[in-house]
Write a protein that binds this ligand. Structure first.
Ligand code: GDP
Ligand code: MG
Length: 182
């Protein structure tokens, strides 16, 4: 029969960045609309889906949450970069090392994208830990971040998976804008 099974286009988005920057919490907030009660370290890859309405078309956003410590496990890495539509590169604004490691993550992306141009956005998470309007986030300079994002042609957003109230929340907006770009 001609049953009307809903069909959606699927956009696969991979979330990467150092361990502890908040990838799992961001993914959870997108999926469930709130901060998780408790999180466990991500083992391997986990994914969560949500359907968005983009200009009348239903799009299934499939967010792949990855584990930082898996960075050098080639087989795993290849699996999550396969057929990827976009990449969300996350660092923690209160952790300078997570910012300094971004080039390593970009290198991994480039290595695995095999010449494909995959849209990538930069996310500075945990902005709730930083004073609003401050130009230095616990050692990471806002100016430095903006330069980095510009040099790599990535849009940059500040987020808080934990306290998204107020104008500094961009979690929802990020996924919308990414879906539009894809
Ligand atoms: P992952 O390793 O990148 O997946 O990081 P998790 O999502 O597991 O988060 C690591 C820790 O940071 C946990 O203790 C979270 O509660 C905390 N965390 C995540 N996002 C935020 C945030 O936006 N603000 C604050 N203050 N803490 C956060
Ligand atoms: Mg995790």
């Amino acid at each position: 029969g001609n049953t009307s099974v809903p069909r959606y286009r699927i956009f696969k988005i991979v979330v990467i960045g150092d361990s502890g920057v908040g990838k799992t919490c961001l993914t959870y907030r997108f999926y469930a609309g709130r901060f998780p009660n408790k999180t466990e370290a991500t083992i391997g890859v986990d994914f969560r889906e949500r359907i968005l309405d983009i200009e009348g078309e239903k799009i299934k956003i499939q967010l792949w949450d990855t584990a930082g410590q898996e960075r050098f496990r080639k087989s795993m890495v290849q699996q999550y970069y396969r057929n990827v539509h976009a990449i969300i590169l996350v660092f923690d604004v209160s952790n300078p090392a997570s910012f300094r490691n971004l080039p390593l993550w970009l290198e991994e992306c480039r290595w695995n994208a095999q010449g494909q141009e995959v849209p990538c956005i930069l996310v500075g998470n945990k902005c709730d830990l930083v004073h609003q309007g401050s130009s230095v986030w616990a050692g990471v300079k806002g100016e430095q971040v903006r330069k980095f994002a510009e040099a790599h042609g990535m849009p940059f957003y500040l987020t808080s998976a934990k306290e998204p109230e107020g104008q500094r929340d961009h979690v929802g907006a990020i996924f919308m804008s990414l879906a539009y770009r894809i």
